[in-house]
Design a protein around this ligand. Sequence first.
Ligand code: S3P
Length: 185
Amino acid sequence: MARTSDKLHPDAALNDKTIVLVGIMGVGKTTVGRRLASLLKMPFFDADAEIELAAGMPVAEFFERYGEKEFRKGERRVMSRLLDQAPHVLATGGGAFADEMIRSLIQKKAISVWLQADLKVLIERTSRRDTRPLLKDKNPAEVLTRLLEERTPFYEQADIHIACKEGPHMRTAEKILQSLNNFVH
Ligand code: S3P
């Protein structure tokens, strides 16, 4: 029997542009991005992982040593480089699309997809790892609520909005693929 993903043939037009996943931390950009890349048979990149490679240290250590402002500068450099590469699926850090320069580059060169989830899901997911500098020694519900408030007006500017329900990430990837197919037609 054909699986849902077999029925969702990606349109060739989709492979022409990088697909950028944006949204708050914990929403699943990296995991969903990997699944989406495999459905689209495109390479996958994770901006935070690329920043870590370039900096030679984990994001948390970078924040501790140099602070958020320097991190944002590095994030801009890495995002500009990635957006000049051949089309791929790109998971961004939660703050990237709130940065004016990064957002306008994405809007010019890529298709943006905003992943949304309920606060409860975000809190549960972010509590699994303690690697996120913005949540370190803080009340995650408070920080996530504030960041969502600040960033939603930016996230809303993404081309496609996807509500992530609890359940397999592959389901979300398939939902994105369907919306992408509609978007390019
Ligand atoms: C950040 C989110 C993180 C990472 C950094 C800053 C943010 O990425 O880029 O800690 O400003 O929301 P994830 O969204 O992948 O956790």
